[in-house]
Design a binder for this molecule. Sequence first.
Ligand code: BES
Ligand code: ZN
Ligand code: ZN
Length: 486
Amino acid sequence: MSTLPILFEESGVENASTLRVFLIFEDHREHPKLKGDLALEAARTGFTAAFGKSIWLQDGLGQFHGAVGAGKSDTFGGLRRAAFHAIEKARALRVDEIVFELDESIRPEQAVNLVEGALLSSYSFDTHKKEKTLEEKTAELKRIVILAPDALQGALERGKVLGEAVVFARNLSNEGPSVCTPRWLVEQARERAEAAGMKVTVYDEDELRSRGFNLHLAVARGSEEPARLLHATYTPKGEIKRTIALVGKGITFDSGGYSIKPADSMTDMHIDMGGGAAVIGAMAAIGELKPEHVQVHFIVPAAENLISGNAYKVNEIIRGLSGKTVEIHNTDAEGRLLLADALTYATQQKVDEIIDCATLTGAAVVGLGEQTAGVFSPDNDFRNALVNAANTADELLWPMPLVERIEPSLKSRVADLKNIGGRWGGAISAALFLKHFVGETRWAHIDLAGPAMADSAWEYINAGGTGYGVLLLTQYIESQSAAQKR
Ligand code: BES
Ligand code: ZN
Ligand code: ZN
């Protein structure tokens, strides 16, 4: 994988061809730098400072200068998009570096977005691609420089932490399933967590068995790759006023098991750990940002859903960690099984609230499309708080209903529950299934089967694993930390 180096000071490289840009908002177009020839160019082209619009001039030394439209000054995530458009322009001009010159008109949270946008726009997962030719390398943008007043330096550092956390999640998601196995996934997370000084426990298959994670183990049974569960804990300095568990589905490949997926639906099922990647990415960010007053448990159950003589079967009855029994009607509804045990485990940590993230159902993608995730919770205030955090983070999240009248579809003749509901409302019956395992703990479930992966790029969101969820989870945790100070 690669991202461009991002420097917060002049690079000092001589003879580099450069594009120097400043950002300008649609509603603040009286920018002091928009003068002389640039002002004429703005008038000539009808420049409005909308996203995707920009103006450029080349000086006598061959260097490029320009203004980049940043849209409305109160748009969430707006500067991420502006950074993307400027970087696209720099690439088209084939310069070596782009220099963003920020001034006091940029608010700290916007500077954060700019750095995130710069990092994410320059991301590519090229670990397994052949070396680029010399010609390709010379035509590439090499550096991104961001110059800002001292007052924005903290915001730049924060943007870097957040952008890199999303990049980390993207890298985990983009690795193929022969590399990104349950063991590898939790190992990457363990290293990060330990480096940040968190307490980390990784449960192996023996430990999971002796504790009774039988639903999780049933899913893993068809694979040579053993199951794992990651539990990392961030503990703030000083008083703990709130404890939150983030639980992420970590299926590193979902073949469907004996209820096997058709070939086309199996493509990209290495992304089935996208919820786990969101939780691990948020863990990386929280480990660096170190919010006060909130303790956060990061829990990722990991397994592969494959087929073998030992794989779990339809009509099997399994007693999970909660003590409830589940009759398997479809081995492709595996995510809710390992989440059932992981949610039970999360409640055992005596947390105030639990948020789980999972690429849980195709129905969520049908309902909401590929860009938007759905959030379910019996607690409307909690659900709304997550939607607010997502809005601030500029990740698309929409409230979904836990329709109780669908509940009877989960009844089994022989067990406490069966693992699928009826034909319609599949994202809802999946959420209702999970609800059986959270007891009285405040809980929300995010189905991110759509946005975890992109078939084609949209601005700063690359094709492939997107790292969706990292920003909204981190934003939510930080908002809870800030609320405790009041
Ligand atoms: N991992 C899939 C859901 C999924 C679909 C993720 C598309 C990403 C993109 C999940 O395990 C699954 O297979 N769900 C089934 C449930 C059904 C059998 C009740 C589905 O959605 O078809
Ligand atoms: Zn499945
Ligand atoms: Zn799955």
